[in-house]
Design a protein around this ligand. Structure first.
Ligand SMILES: CC(C)(COP(=O)(O)OP(=O)(O)OC[C@H]1O[C@@H](n2cnc3c(N)ncnc32)[C@H](O)[C@@H]1OP(=O)(O)O)[C@@H](O)C(=O)NCCC(=O)NCCS
Length: 146
C-alpha cells in the first residue's frame, strides 16, 4: 500500500458540506430520508462533531468517516474515499485515525457494520486489524421514515 504524502485527517468544517454531500451521494446513494447527507451532517454537528473526520489532500476533501462513542463502544460509519483516490492508504489512515481518537477517549472497543451487499470491503477492515465476529446485527427505526 502506498502512503499518500500530504494527507491530513481533520474534523469536518461547514465549508466541506458540498463536497461531502457529493461524495456520499456518489459512493453510497442511500435512498432513505434518514440517510440523506444534509440530515446526517446536521445530526453530527450536534453530537461529538470532533469525531466527524475528513481526509484532505492538496486542499480537497477526498474521504470521510463519522465516528462516535457511548463510553463503552466506539463506532464508525460512512467510511468513504473518493473513487479517484482509492488504493493509496486514505481509507486506512481515516479509520486508524478514528480508532486512535476513540482510544484516547478511553473507549475499549470499536465496532462497525458492513452491509450484506458489500462483502468485499471486509478484507479492507481485516487488513486494519478488525476481526469478523459472530454477531447478528439488529436495528430499530426510531424516526419518521421507517
Ligand atoms: C473501502 C474504502 C474506504 C477503502 O479505501 P481506500 O483508500 O481505497 O483503502 P486503502 O488504500 O487505505 O486500503 C487499505 C488496505 O485495504 C485493502 N483494500 C482496500 N479496499 C479493498 C477492497 N474493496 N477489497 C479488499 N481489500 C481492499 C487495500 O488493498 C489495502 O491493503 P494493503 O495495506 O495490504 O495494501 C473505499 O474503497 C471506499 O470508499 N469504498 C466505498 C464505500 C464503502 O464501501 N465503505 C465501507 C462501508 S462499511
Amino acid at each position: 500500500m502506498t502512503e499518500t504524502t500530504g494527507l491530513v485527517v481533520r474534523a469536518f468544517r461547514d465549508a466541506d458540506e458540498p463536497t461531502v454531500t457529493e461524495l456520499w451521494n456518489r459512493v453510497f446513494g442511500y435512498p432513505a430520508a434518514r440517510n440523506a447527507a444534509d440530515r446526517v451532517i446536521e445530526q453530527k454537528r450536534k453530537v461529538q462533531p470532533e469525531l466527524f473526520l475528513v481526509a484532505e489532500l492538496a486542499g480537497d476533501v477526498v474521504g470521510t468517516t463519522i465516528a462516535g462513542d457511548d463510553g463503552h463502544r466506539g463506532w464508525v460509519h460512512l467510511v468513504a474515499v473518493s473513487p479517484d483516490h482509492r488504493g493509496r492508504g486514505i481509507g486506512r489512515t481515516l479509520v486508524l485515525d478514528a480508532a486512535a481518537r476513540l482510544r484516547e477517549r478511553g473507549v475499549p472497543k470499536l465496532n462497525l457494520q458492513v452491509r450484506g451487499d458489500n462483502p468485499g470491503v471486509v478484507a479492507f477492515y481485516e487488513s486494519l486489524g478488525f476481526e469478523v465476529e459472530d454477531r447478528i446485527s439488529l436495528g430499530l427505526l426510531l424516526g419518521d421514515d421507517g
